[in-house]
Design a protein around this ligand. Structure first.
Ligand SMILES: *[C@@H]1O[C@H](CO)[C@@H](O)[C@H](O)[C@H]1NC(C)=O
Ligand SMILES: *[C@@H]1O[C@H](CO)[C@@H](O)[C@H](O)[C@H]1NC(C)=O
Ligand SMILES: *[C@@H]1O[C@H](CO)[C@@H](O)[C@H](O)[C@H]1NC(C)=O
Ligand SMILES: *[C@@H]1O[C@H](CO)[C@@H](O)[C@H](O)[C@H]1NC(C)=O
Length: 213
């Protein structure tokens, strides 16, 4: 009796230690994707308050925010695809931009100014008519890249990051929303749930171990 009790105790304390180690490992290795957002967007050629609308360059500011407290991020080349749509027309591709790969330290924010001229398919006359009629005029920004996290001196494998957002334009050709527009997509949601599930599994394991201690 005494012997088997001791064995059980030993076995449970082993499992408990294992559980704690797993919890701490998971807590320190857990990573979250950077938050990407459009901070500003301006198409002067769609500004209805301007008489001469001959500057066909479109400007926007992309913010990349590494919210990890102690992990850096290596970004691969970032592909940005811009398309245009209104509430009555399907999206058309208008340009593709690349931000070169770079490294971002933990808790750092990077602001990337972008500018481009839409390709020939873009019909400025039609777009101006839509803006003048106060139709909902939208530039869609899609971002695709892969990131690796730096944990102390070690790099994780690549995680694909595919997100996008609709940027609605106002009467002056600028972003309608005052606040930044967060780019979102499927994989992010999955990451969010896997964190929740991870917490739940760890809590259950600890509760179970405490109950049978
Ligand atoms: C649009 O043009 C007007 C007139 O020049 C200017 O005052 C305004 O700031 C422009 N809008 C934006 C969003 O820059
Ligand atoms: C651009 O749109 C205007 C107005 O909708 C139309 O009259 C014109 O034919 C279009 N141009 C091209 C090249 O499609
Ligand atoms: C569209 O909105 C602008 C500013 O809100 C306003 O000045 C203009 O009269 C509106 N145009 C139409 C056609 O409703
Ligand atoms: C980015 O675009 C290039 C060329 O279009 C392509 O080869 C590459 O695979 C793209 N990267 C991602 C992460 O989508």
């Amino acid at each position: 009796m005494e012997e088997s009790g001791g064995c059980c105790r030993c076995c449970f304390s082993f499992i408990f230690t294992l559980g704690l180690t797993a919890l701490f490992l998971w807590l320190s290795l857990r990573t979250s994707n950077p938050t990407c957002s459009i901070q500003s967007f301006y198409a002067p050629a769609l500004n209805q308050s301007l008489k001469a609308r001959d500057n066909t360059t479109i400007y926007f500011l992309l913010k990349l925010d590494n919210g990890n407290k102690d992990k850096g991020i290596y970004y691969d080349n970032i592909n940005l695809t811009v398309s245009y749509k209104t509430n009555v027309t399907p999206p058309i591709y208008i340009n593709n931009l690349t931000i070169h790969s770079f490294y971002q330290g933990h808790n750092k924010k990077a602001k990337k100014n972008q500018s481009f001229v839409p390709d020939a398919r873009f019909n400025w006359t039609a777009a101006n008519q839509s803006v003048a009629r106060n139709e909902s005029v939208i530039f869609r920004v899609d971002l695709a890249t892969a990131v690796r996290f730096k944990i102390i001196a070690w790099k994780t494998k690549r995680h694909r990051l595919v997100v996008g957002a609709d940027v609605e334009i106002n009467y002056e050709g600028a972003k309608k929303k005052k606040k930044g527009i967060k780019l979102s997509g499927g994989p992010k949601l999955l990451g969010f749930y896997s964190v929740q599930v991870g917490i739940l599994v760890n809590l259950l394991a600890l509760l179970f171990l405490n109950y049978y201690w």
